[in-house]
Design a protein around this ligand. Sequence first.
Ligand code: PLP
Length: 458
Amino acid sequence: MTTVLSGLRQETISSLDRLSPNQQLLPLTAITNQRDRLEIGGCDVVELVEQYGSPLYILDEVSLRTACQQYRDALKQHYQGTSQVLYASKAWSCLAVCAIVGSEGLGIDVVSAGEILTALRAGVSSSLIYFHGNNKSVEELSYALESSCTVVVDNWHELKTLDRLAQEQTSKPRIMLRLTPGIECHTHEYIQTGHIDSKFGFDPNEIEAVFAFLAASSLNCIGIHAHIGSQIFELQPHQDIGGVMVQWFQLAGEKYGLQFSELNIGGGLGIRYVESDDPPSIEDWIKAVVAGVTEAFIGAGLPLPKLLCEPGRSLVGSTCVTAYTIGGSKTVPDIRTYITVDGGMSDNPRPITYQSQYRAVVANHMSAALSQTVTIAGKHCESGDILIKDIQLPTTNPGDILVVFGTGAYNYSMASNYNRLPKPAAVLVEGGASSLIIKRETREDLLRQDCLPERLCS
Ligand SMILES: Cc1ncc(COP(=O)(O)O)c(C=O)c1O
C-alpha cells in the first residue's frame, strides 16, 4: 500500500501506476511527511530548497516514467498495429528528461536544431527523432538529414528545399507531411493549431498538388501528421482524426502511388492544473485515438498504419513542481493581499501569456488551516506578473516555501532572463535521493553572451 497526496488529501492506494499522472494535481509520490512538510520522491522539499537554492524545479522520476509507460503500454494493449510514442520535447527539452523518456522506449519530437542536439546527446536514436517546425532553416534541415532524423514537412518552401538537399544524399530522406485537419478544439485560442486558419501544415486544398510533387521527388514520404491543439479534455476531437486522415492515405496510394505506412495524430491531452480540471486518463485517450483510427482504416479496407502520437504536457506537466521562497506581502484594503515570491513570469510565463491557473501549498506547514485568500505575485517589473490569483493559503511568513504544482511543461522550456534573473536549477528526485539535472544560472552566466566594444570600455 502507498500513501499519496491525491488532490490535496492524503490517501492510501494499492499501487501508484494505477493513477494517470495527468489527472493528479501533484506528482504521484507527493506526501505530507512527519515534519508536516511536502515530500516528493522521498525528498523533503524544504531540504531540497536549502540544498539547491530557490526557486527550484523539482521533477519526480516515478511520475515521468509512469506516464511514459502508460502511453506506451496502452498503445501496445489496445492497438492491433505497430505503434510508437514520441515525447514532444518542446514541453521540456533537457538531457535528463530526454534520457528518461528515451529509456522508456519513447522517441522524441523536436522543433529546432537545439532540440535535435539535446535528444541525440541524451542517447535517443535518430531513427526515433521527428523534426517539426514551420520555418526550419536550411542549416537545420541539413543537420537533421546528416543526423538521419525524420523531417515532418510543414510547407511548400520546406518541401522544395528538402528535395534540393536530397540530391546530395546517398539515400532518400525520410519525411512525413503535416496537414491541418480542420478539427476545432475547445481550448485557449493561442494554443490551437489544428484550425484551417493555422500557420502550421499544408492546407487540405494543397494536398493533391503536394502528393503529385512527392511522387516525382527524391524524398521518401512515409506518412502524414496532424496536431489539433493542446490542453484538450474532450476525447471526440482526437477520435475524429483517424477519419479525416484516412481519406488522404487512400488518395495518396490510389491516385499517386505513394504508400504511406505511418500516421501521427499529434499530442494535446490536457492535465489537471486546478481542482475543476477533469482531463481523461492517458489510457482512455489512447483508447479513443485507437478506436477512431482502427474504425477508419478497417472501414476503408486499408492496412492499419504504424500509429504515432506525440504528447508533451500530459507526459511531463504533472511530474514537476516549482518551489519558491516567500518574500514580502502587501494588502490593498478591501481588494486583495499580494504575497511575493522570488520568481515569476521568467520561470513560468504561462499565467501572463495564457492566463493559466495553478494551485500551490505552503510546503513547510502542510496541514495548517487555510486562513486567507491571497494573490501570488512574481518579482518582475510587470503588473501582470501574477502567478496565482485568489488562492486559499494558511498564514504565511517571509521565508516560507511556496510550491506551485504542474510546472513540468512549458515552464523551463519557455523560461527567460527577463529583468536579468538567472534561470532556476532543476533537480530529479527518486527513492529519497536527489540529483541536479539543470544547474542554476549565475549572475556571471547572464553576461556570458554580452560583448562590450572596446571604445565603450572606460
Ligand atoms: C506538432 C506538435 N506536436 C505535439 C505537441 C504537444 O502538445 P501537448 O503538449 O499538448 O501534448 C505540440 C504542442 O504544441 C505540437 O505543436
